[in-house]
Design a protein. Structure first.
Length: 549
């Protein structure tokens, strides 16, 4: 079938009246409701919206990657250079996928095969679509890895995904996507899981490669700062519908729809509760070190150490938040785990004035109720087999075995109310909640034990920006009411600024700069800190511009 005459000559992809429906047993859920959009040759189009708006489902429909028959299209046509992809046979789609249309997914660690080397994974695409020999594929893989900025690519060919950093893995994904010089690249949240400096590098890389190959790009994201930096035109999605469309400048300078204005205004704001300089010290470390041995040889002798944390000292008072920032591998999470005595370390760790660094597992057990943690991924950290009530009450069962079922039920209800959830939902399971609601459940699990110290390990990085703002407001409110102490680990400096009284900048396990949040953000002394801030603030320009207007 040929495309309708309304398709302009330069239109590469034309989507008309596309609907997507998911079936599970006798229930049906309409994820996308009759949307229309187009992508021109060589241009960047952004699909923007919060989680569940239908962005990724719409993009995956272009490549027919949805799980059929559970997902199907009640209505719609997707034209690619005049051919309706929804009616194309599988053999045609196999040639198009990876050859003419490629995709970069959000999380490269789960997208790359852990059992195959980098050379095998990139080379496979070249051999399948271009029929290259082993030698030709080897040469082309090296060239691609060089193009995407992998240093010393010859040394990375035999590496497995787990041996690369997050930024390197994403670069490998880009190399795979560009291996056959596609006409359209679909980038599905390509930088969400990355540090702010790596994020800026990946975005610049994508722009340069787009110019070099002359390809079109469909960018799926909830981050309007990225949209302003990358896109030519924008389609705003909400609840499966496109509510607004237009050129980037038009959307940002004069948004018409209330939902678009909500997205633009949604970012963490405000300031943390004022700390008490004379308040009791809850957590203190002095020259804390976490070194992991490197063992080689037949006898597995220690030849060196990975200095994950190398001499970090900090002092956290009641009601105060210390933000720990730095790129992946800087030692942020390892520092937090050492304080909680979840990894071995050297150097004094004091909790409420008493040393705990030599405590055994049994000695630490009664302190666990007072020292809690909230993880980055709210879905991965909640057991899918347990109900919300079972997840939250687990700590109560361990720490307060004398509590009756009714007493635990009441405490769980109170915890859910405190984090803004309906207690009647406690018998539901994690998959029945949104990402933001799941993170509230994770926070309730920590708060039900009435802790004094909470380690927050990237608790907002996997969330939409408007949900980030809600979680930050919730954490500040809980801190005020309970006089909580937070160690807040993040690479998102916008959230750090909104939540932290004091900031510690880590690089390669060493503190390169520290100080009150305002002085770090307004007068950074170190080049590394300035690089982090420049990368973050450049992506904030669009938000500030729109809010100012």
């Amino acid at each position: 079938m040929t495309a309708p005459t309304s398709a302009a000559p330069q239109t590469l992809v034309l989507v008309r009246n596309l609907s997507v429906e998911f079936r599970s047993g006798n229930t049906q859920h309409v994820a996308v409701k009759g949307i229309d959009f187009a992508i021109g040759k060589g241009e960047t189009v952004a699909l923007v919206g919060e989680s569940g708006s239908g962005k990724s489902v719409s993009a995956l429909s272009i490549m027919r990657l949805l799980p059929y028959p559970a997902a199907h299209h009640p209505t719609g046509e997707i034209f690619f250079e005049g051919k309706d992809l929804l009616k194309s046979p599988d053999r045609v789609m196999r040639d198009i996928r990876g050859g003419r249309i490629s995709i970069i997914f959000q999380e490269p660690m789960t997208s790359l095969n852990p059992l195959h080397t980098i050379e095998q994974q990139v080379g496979e695409i070249l051999r399948l679509h271009k029929g290259l020999t082993e030698a030709e594929a080897h040469s082309r893989v090296l060239d691609l890895l060089h193009k995407v900025g992998i240093r010393e690519p010859e040394k990375r060919l035999g590496a497995y995904p787990h041996q690369l950093s997050g930024g390197q893995r994403q670069r490998v994904m880009i190399a795979m996507a560009l291996a056959n010089e596609p006409d359209l690249l679909i980038a599905d949240e390509p930088t969400t899981a990355l540090d702010v400096t790596i994020q800026a590098q990946i975005l610049e890389l994508l722009k340069n490669l787009q110019r070099e190959f002359g390809m079109a790009m469909l960018l799926i994201t909830h981050d309007l700062g990225i949209v302003r930096k990358m896109a030519d035109r924008v389609y705003v999605m909400n609840a499966g519908e496109i509510v607004e469309r237009g050129a980037v400048e038009q959307i940002f300078s004069a948004p018409q729809h209330s939902y678009t204005r909500h997205l633009i205004a949604a970012e963490p704001k405000g300031e943390p509760p004022a700390g008490n300089p004379s308040g009791p010290i809850v957590v203190e470390t002095d020259n804390l070190k976490v070194w992991f041995p490197i063992k080689r040889g037949l006898l597995r002798r220690t030849v060196d150490h990975v200095r994950a944390v190398d001499g970090v000292s900090l002092r956290l008072r009641a009601g105060e938040t210390i933000g720990v920032v730095g790129e992946s591998g800087s030692g942020k999470t390892t520092l937090g785990l050492a304080i909680l005595r979840l990894v071995s370390s050297q150097g004094p760790i004091l909790y409420l004035g008493s040393r705990i660094d030599q405590h055994s597992t049994q000695q630490m057990r009664p302190l666990r109720r007072e020292m809690q943690i909230v993880f980055q991924d709210p879905y991965g950290s909640l057991s899918p087999r347990l109900s919300v009530s079972q997840i939250i009450e687990e700590g109560l069962i361990i720490q307060n075995p004398a509590m009756t079922f009714d007493e635990r039920r009441e405490r769980v209800s109170q915890a859910l109310v405190e984090v803004g959830l309906d207690p009647s939902a406690q018998d539901r399971f994690p998959h029945e909640f949104s990402g933001g609601q799941r993170q509230r459940i994770a926070i309730a699990r920590a708060m039900v034990l009435a802790p004094k110290f909470v380690l927050l390990d990237e608790p907002t990085s996997a969330l939409d920006m408007s949900v980030q703002a809600q979680i930050v407001d919730l954490l500040r409110d809980l801190q005020r009411r309970r006089d909580l102490s937070y160690l807040f680990i993040s690479h998102d400096l916008r959230v750090v600024r909104a939540l932290s009284n004091y900031v510690v900048v880590l690089r390669n396990g060493v503190v390169v700069e520290e100080g009150p949040t305002k002085s770090i953000f307004e007068q950074p002394r170190e080049a590394y800190t300035r690089a982090l801030l420049d990368a973050a603030l450049n992506l904030e320009v669009s938000h500030q511009h729109v809010l100012a207007t």
